[in-house]
Design a protein around this ligand. Sequence first.
Ligand code: MLT
Ligand code: ZN
Length: 482
Amino acid sequence: YPKVKRNPDFKILDADDLKFFQTFLDNDELIHSSIAEETASFNQDWMKKYRGQSNLILLPKSTEKVSQILKYCNENKLAVVPQGGNTDLVGASVPVFDEIILSLRNMNKIRDFNHVSGTFKCDAGVVMRDAHKFLHDHDHIFPLDLPSRNNCQVGGVVSTNAGGLNLLRYGSLHGNVLGLEVVLPNGEVISNINALRKDNTGYDLKQLFIGAEGTIGVITGVSILAAAKPKALNAIFIGIDSFDTVQNLFLKAKNELSEILSAFEFMDRGSIECTIEYLKDMPFPLKNQHNFYVLIETSGSMKKHDDEKLEAFLSSALETKLISEGNLAKNEEEYNALWTWRKSVPPACNSYGGMYKYDMSLELKDLYSVSEAVTKRLNAAGLIGDAPKPVVKSVGYGHVGDGNIHLNIAVREFTKEIENLLEPFVYEYIASKRGSISAEHGVGFHKKGHLHYSRSDIEIRFMKDIRKHYDPNGILNPYKYV
Ligand code: MLT
Ligand code: ZN
């Protein structure tokens, strides 16, 4: 990273530091290696866009050990990167230089579940898939789902404030997280993990750690409100010819499906073309290709009621030509297959070599326009097409219900020419429409220095003040965020 210099105030790890960590960490809680391949899965991000050079990974099994580690690192000015499942999309969870990686992977216990209140408590390193499975077996669901559910961890998701596929129904983590256990850089532990549903005794401190990307403390435990498991689930995959129609269908779904609507996701033609190549032999659910595709999910407590509602909605949408073609899942297998088409868009785009990725909030009327503007720009520069052109495709998809578009530029290689065409163009475009340059993926290394496109100077000053207050030595996740 030619523009970023290692902060010389940070100590370089030495044999004494290592010896100290070995006094209280077991063999399976510490990896020390200068062989790049042995640490690659911790140093490199999922998109293969960012790579650090850390040779120490600590994987403590308890909050006390996290506290001991941070206290020592703070006193000795050793920089630290907290890491969950390392599925992050903005270079937030890998080191920039030689920061120690603090993996929460070994803190993976479910602590408690109260089936009456729905309060679920777990260690930060619990994989989201396991939280889903546990709650499913207890007639509940985790209030968030993501394509990376098999790898991402609950603490990482909270630290990112990820939104996921069902935010329109279950709301954001700022509402669902009831309490957190957090280790501060000086080793102190703040815990309100036993938090109640309502607690109005002063500042709601936990909110600061939700979406802080490990810059002011390391989340070690999470208490979250699980929702009751829906008894009836429906999914329909729809082909649509214009983004205006996508919006009209969304409005109709809100009005007519109302309380049973649990997802309204869109994908453009390019997203599905990449996914068809990626899923190879999996049969595509529609007969024809369309400009846009929508996946609508309903969930409720009475199948007959939901089916009737959905049927009435679909027949009038077909009659008024809002829908060109659709495929309604008839059973669980088909339901899962339809979701596979949506959840596979990110790995499909990443399968050509790498991708440039943007995640933006815009007013619905402008949501898709950023994708059109970027495609036009890349085409004009002659960068998109068959090899040896570097860009395979630029695609848009996302969460219509949340006004959130993901723009993936699938590439065969990363080049400065592509990057310079994309940035600052994308950010300026979003600022001109008064959108947000990060809807749910966060800031990380990628968007540090670009916050002013969405935040005022005074907001940025407050953020810097908060960071300094919690972490005066700046040891946590340096070179990132703000
Ligand atoms: C999604 O909506 O699929 C997630 O935000 C992940 C992604 O865009 O890669
Ligand atoms: Zn998303």
